[in-house]
Design a protein around this ligand. Structure first.
Ligand SMILES: Nc1nc2c(ncn2[C@@H]2O[C@H](COP(=O)(O)OP(=O)(O)OP(=O)(O)O)[C@@H](O)[C@H]2O)c(=O)[nH]1
Ligand SMILES: [Mg+2]
Length: 189
């Protein structure tokens, strides 16, 4: 929470942040994409969604319009990432603690975990991001999106081709070269 600065400038296009952690004793490198909400960055949205493994969708609990915009954001996200886990947060509960007594149907309707948070005071922020990371890792290990399955196949294919290249190199290093090079070694007759 040391990073919170009140009245920070609106995000310009995108802010990236890398965080190394562990999930189930496996080290994980997380790339956070803090995206820009302003309309002038609308044409960047596809790049925000590309290869994302989880999404945290946040609204300002003191500004109704931000809540009303959630279905549009979700609809767009789902066009690109139909299956990734999505978590929902109502922010600024410090400004009006009464909002925690209100229920927000959006998260329930879409089966999303829901959090009342305060970015300024840090309430529930660590919990939210820990859960998001866990969900992202679970999804990455077992994706259900068609595109993710293709990407996984490609990754495996690359690993296999790299391995067969290494095997070949090992064979040639050991002096067991291909028959062609032995022929090449023969003196001209
Ligand atoms: N009281 C209070 N103010 C907050 C909190 N979080 C953000 N703010 C303030 O709300 C305003 C908007 O916050 P931003 O972090 O810029 O919001 P954003 O969603 O990232 O906006 P874009 O970058 O334009 O997409 C700023 O003035 C922040 O200081 C919070 O938890 N409590
Ligand atoms: Mg921002």
């Amino acid at each position: 929470m040391d990073g919170y600065k009140p009245q920070q400038l609106s995000t310009y296009a995108l802010t990236l942040f890398n965080y190394k952690t562990e999930v189930n004793k496996q080290s994980v490198s997380v790339d956070f994409w803090d995206t820009a909400g302003q309309e002038r960055f609308n044409n960047m949205h596809p790049s925000y969604y590309h290869q994302a493994h989880a999404c945290v969708i946040v609204f300002d609990a003191t500004r109704k319009i931000t809540y009303k915009n959630l279905p549009d954001w979700l609809k767009e996200l789902r066009e690109y990432r139909p299956e990734i886990p999505c978590l929902c947060a109502a922010n600024k509960i410090d400004a009006d603690p009464n909002v925690t007594k209100r229920s927000f149907g959006f998260a329930k309707k879409h089966n999303m975990p829901f959090y009342y948070v305060s970015a300024s005071e840090g309430t529930n922020v660590v919990k939210l991001f820990k859960d998001a990371i866990k969900a992202a890792v679970a999804y990455k290990n077992n994706p259900t999106d068609f595109m993710d399955e293709i990407m996984m196949e490609l990754e495996n294919f690359e690993l296999e081709t790299d391995k067969s290249k290494e095997d070949k190199e090992e064979v040639s290093d050991s002096g067991l070269d291909s028959p062609k090079s032995h022929t090449d070694d023969k003196p001209d007759s």
